[in-house]
Design a protein around this ligand. Structure first.
Ligand code: ATP
Length: 577
């Protein structure tokens, strides 16, 4: 029967505490060096929560010595009889009768009564089937594991040992039923589960059997020879640089065990003991489930293979013959011939080469005296400069523009130091060689670049720089020194793009300084270029703002800027270490 322990909130000092308090002056000189210790103990003994704890403790001590006997073991039958009697004998229309009948027929009330009867009968331990203990004599060591689990999966994957044909535990999913039991280990051979023999069966068939098991599970296992290596979750967190759908992945060794995620999700890598399939949880999710995700090596291989296949398809569709010089179909041709325009920056051990996989991240608390620069990237004419102007105008003392350098000759309508700092090609080249530029590139025969010192001095002044470089430059900008926050400015859908830009009489500045209104073709090109950019560089973006309504987009940008300055965020681990 349920018991209520009344907690008297008008707390009186517990008699035992009172006794210590009374003797405190006598023992004080023997026990304490100074008066502070004694007064601390005095305060502690008088604390309200200590009094309540003492009270509870004493009540529990009394209760634990009392033999509790259930009032009835058949509350289900009692309720059923009551139900029939009430329905037969009472006025059916009476409100109280209807309510009682309703309560008695509620499934959870019935479940509660049923549970009460089981507990009253002492049936709270799982019943282990006696047959389970029929142990074959040729099995040298056998462990019998009995688990009572809910509808969750068992949390193991299996594999067949080629030499012996034995089916054994390949992986244990962290936090799953098997892992929580602490009784099952990688390498344990499975003889039997719930009476189903595993020896000599195909692993796929047995995986199906495993996935259907619910409720109590009894396993007969041959212990692994070395299970000393205890499972300890790693502390590594990574940002996913690609999206993964486990349900569509035919290669995943156990589809139900797969963990789907979106690009940008932060994942807690629990185990990397398997080179191809890691175990991970989604960071920040309550009761996060551990699942299998492709390792960075596997993802790289698959992506390269996919690109190579795509290229093969394109080649076979077009008239161009496949080059006889091609040796390995696994390495995409574009990868071999592509020139690196910018110096590659180390982005942590999880970002291997050209295929974006995972980037190791760590939590970062922003320093209010050194704001991280905001980098606006997007397709030409999407409105980055307009947004930058508006952002700076909203708080000119806080946000600042960074004027880039160029070797291009100044146009009549341009001012030195406003759009660009105009310098000679020679001067610019020597600056690039001596690594004075955080990013640089060449466009139509002219060099353009941003000097590191300009960015750094703005950061040191406590100003938040707003940069609008070319998208290729963001890889070079991503350094521990600068810690940029990259915002992708995306156009709205074509219809809205035309509508908003026509309303604003949006224009394009031509090379001679003249302007012309944006055409429909410009809008179509803009959307196409933006989609391509997102597809190729999306993994480097920290957030996306759709520039439909200028006012709303500026406000969103302001909010992002504020959160970058105040919120604890995940940044590449290599920027911290
Ligand atoms: N949300 C918007 N609604 C209407 N007009 C806009 C919007 N955003 C930008 N514009 C207009 O679109 C034109 C192009 O904007 P802007 O020059 O800022 O583009 P940009 O991305 O900086 O281009 P570029 O990279 O070529 O310098 C400008 O006339 C600007 O006022």
């Amino acid at each position: 029967m349920p018991m209520t322990l009344p907690l008297d909130l008008q707390t009186q000092i517990d008699p035992d505490c009172q006794r210590i308090l009374q003797h405190l002056p006598q023992i004080q000189s023997d026990l304490f060096d100074n008066e502070n210790d004694a007064s601390l103990l005095r305060k502690f003994l008088r604390r309200k929560d200590l009094q309540l704890t003492m009270k509870m403790y004493k009540r529990l001590c009394i209760m634990s010595h009392r033999r509790m006997r259930p009032v009835t073991r058949s509350s289900v039958a009692l309720a059923a009889n009551t139900f029939c009697d009430v329905r037969k004998g009472s006025e059916k229309e009476a409100r109280a009768t209807r309510e009682l009948l309703q309560i008695l027929s509620m499934p959870h009330v019935q479940a509660l009564l049923y549970t009460h009867d089981r507990v009253a009968a002492g049936e709270f331990d799982p019943v282990v089937d006696q047959e389970t203990y029929d142990i074959a004599t040729d099995e040298k060591t056998l462990k019998i594991v009995h688990l009572v689990k809910s509808d969750e999966p068992l949390g193991v994957t299996i594999q067949m040992k080629e030499e012996t044909g034995a089916i054994e535990i390949a992986r244990i999913m962290h936090g799953g039923a098997a892992h929580r039991s602490g009784l099952i280990h990688v390498g344990d051979e499975i003889f039997e589960i719930n009476g189903v023999h595993f020896r000599g069966k195909h692993p796929d068939e047995m995986a199906q059997t495993l996935s259907k098991i619910s409720g109590p599970v009894t396993m007969k296992l041959g212990p692994a020879e070395n299970n000393a290596a205890k499972f300890r979750a790693s502390k590594t967190r990574v940002k996913a640089l690609f999206s993964y759908n486990a349900e569509e992945d035919t290669v995943n060794p156990c589809a139900e065990a797969g963990l789907s995620f979106d690009r940008g999700d932060i994942l807690h890598i629990i185990s990397q003991s398997d080179a191809l399939w890691w175990q991970a949880q989604k960071e920040g999710e309550k009761n996060a489930r551990t699942g299998l995700i492709p390792s960075s090596i596997l993802q790289e291989r698959r992506e390269m293979l996919r690109k190579a296949n795509e290229e093969d398809e394109q080649n076979s569709r077009g008239s161009r013959a496949i080059s006889p010089c091609r040796i390995s179909p696994k390495i995409p041709r574009s990868k071999r011939v592509r020139k690196m325009m910018y110096q590659a920056i180390l982005n942590g051990e999880f970002d291997h080469g050209e295929v974006p996989t995972y980037e190791e991240v760590e939590l970062f608390t922003p320093d209010p005296n050194r704001p991280r620069p905001l980098v606006l990237v997007g397709a030409t004419h999407v409105g980055r400069n307009e947004l930058k102007r508006r952002l700076i105008a909203s708080q000119p003392s806080h946000f600042t523009d960074i004027v880039p350098y160029t070797s291009r000759t100044r146009r009549p309508f341009e001012e030195e130091g406003k759009e660009y700092h105009f310098i000679s090609r020679q001067e610019m080249e020597s600056g690039i060689i001596s690594q004075r530029y955080v990013e640089h590139g060449e466009y139509k025969g002219n060099l353009y670049g941003t000097r590191t010192e300009t960015v750094m001095s703005a950061i040191q002044e406590g100003k938040m720089c707003i940069l609008c470089p070319s998208v290729q430059a963001i890889k070079s900008l991503r350094t521990a020194e600068i810690k940029p926050y990259i915002i992708f400015i995306k156009p709205p859908v074509l219809e809205k793009l035309k509508e908003t830009r026509h309303k604003q009489a949006a224009s394009i500045t031509l090379e001679d300084g003249d302007t012309r209104l944006c055409s429909n073709e410009d809008f179509e090109n803009l959307i196409e270029a933006s989609d391509k950019m997102e597809d190729r560089y999306g993994y480097l973006f920290d957030c996306t703002i759709v520039n439909q309504n200028l006012h709303l987009a500026t406000n969103e940008l302001l909010k992002v800027a504020h959160s970058v300055e105040t919120d604890v965020t995940w940044i590449p681990a290599s920027w911290i270490q």
